[in-house]
Design a protein around this ligand. Structure first.
Ligand SMILES: [Fe+2]
Ligand SMILES: [Fe+2]
Length: 338
């Protein structure tokens, strides 16, 4: 069902299977936090069979549930090996193009995607990059790493996530916005971190892919916990599932052999002050808040997003920088999506 907030007029798609048909409900708008009211009393209760099944799935809690969720992590497809190897090759300053070319010879699908993305309006070389070698010369290794990360995660992050109210492609847009935002912030504060910031930003919410199914099964508990408007969605994850999507994401990173500084940043992207001073964690955190402000790929957890009080000071950013970064992020996501 498509729902429009009467306050900010933003539209959201709520999957029918999650709506409590036959009831009147009210919940906070993910964008403006105003109240959205829905009267579903005229729609007869459906999916009774599905509800019984759901009740059975709901019964697991605490440690047993946590264990089950962490086991489920293994179902996530791995990042294509070519991408991990290419990142390794490019991280080595002595590597030459031959090594990289050999790698792509064995994975033509990825080579084709690189060329397509390299010629997108974002990089500004429309139609001029005709081979991987040219891409490597014109764009440089750093940008090639960025391209590879985008390609390696696009399929995975494009999925629809019913529990988070994210339509197909919404998490992907949000992730791109956080990746670009992180890169822009890093270029202001610590340029050497730009590439790592981009990658961390891109995969920071990967834990949602795992938790989505468990949230869907326990939607009524989430709704009850959130009803007073005082708790964040992240609090609800922790309370009901015993772990939040940032913790799950860091486990996924470990299984993908993502370097530790990135794993730490992702683990603490909602609470950077607990990261032991990880600048990357602060960068991704602020970029996440900026991405929420753009409204790109907003889901249920856009409600009550809490920015750490010290984050702006830590990164030496001012209020006016946020608007400037937001404009650049919107432009980048639009151009790369074309
Ligand atoms: Fe997050
Ligand atoms: Fe996020």
């Amino acid at each position: 069902m498509r729902v429009t907030c009467s306050n900010c007029h933003k539209g959201f798609v709520i999957p029918d299977e999650r709506l409590p048909m036959g009831k009147k409900i009210a919940f906070p708008c993910p964008a403006c936090k105003g109240t959205i009211e829905l009267d579903l009393r005229t729609t007869s209760a459906r999916n009774d069979g599905q509800r019984t099944q759901k009740k059975q799935d709901d019964s697991l809690t605490g440690q047993a549930l946590k264990k089950k969720i962490l086991r489920h992590m293994k179902d996530l497809p791995p990042i294509p090996q070519t991408i991990l190897k290419a990142r390794d090759v490019m991280a080595n300053p002595d590597s030459d193009f031959k090594e990289l070319a050999n790698l792509f010879e064995t994975d033509q699908a990825i080579a084709a995607k690189i060329l397509k993305l390299a010629n997108s309006p974002y990089y500004g070389y429309s139609g001029k990059i005709t081979s991987i070698q040219r891409a490597s010369v014109i764009l440089g290794h750093r940008t090639l790493v960025e391209l590879l990360t985008v390609i390696g995660t696009a399929g995975l992050l494009g999925n629809k996530l019913v529990g988070y109210w994210l339509d197909s492609g919404a998490l992907w847009k949000h992730s791109l916005a956080v990746a670009f935002g992180s890169k822009i912030i890093a270029s202001k504060t610590e340029p050497a971190l730009s590439n790592d910031a981009f990658t961390s930003g891109l995969i920071h919410d990967v834990g949602k892919l795992i938790l989505d199914q468990y949230i869907k099964e326990r939607w009524e508990l989430f709704e009850k916990f959130m009803v007073d408007g005082e708790h964040t969605f992240l609090d609800a994850e922790k309370k009901i599932l015993d772990l939040d999507h940032a913790e799950v994401a860091s486990e996924v990173c470990k299984s993908w052999n993502i370097p530790e500084p990135l794993t730490v940043a992702i683990r603490y992207h909602h609470h950077p002050s607990q990261s032991n001073g990880s600048e990357l964690a602060y960068i991704v955190h602020v970029a996440d808040a900026i991405a929420m402000m753009t409204g790109l790929g907003l889901g249920i957890d856009g409600t009550l997003y809490q920015m750490d009080d010290k984050a702006m000071e830590f990164l030496n950013l001012r209020e006016e920088n946020l608007n400037d970064i937001m404009g650049k992020v919107l432009e980048a996501v639009q151009k790369i999506s074309e």
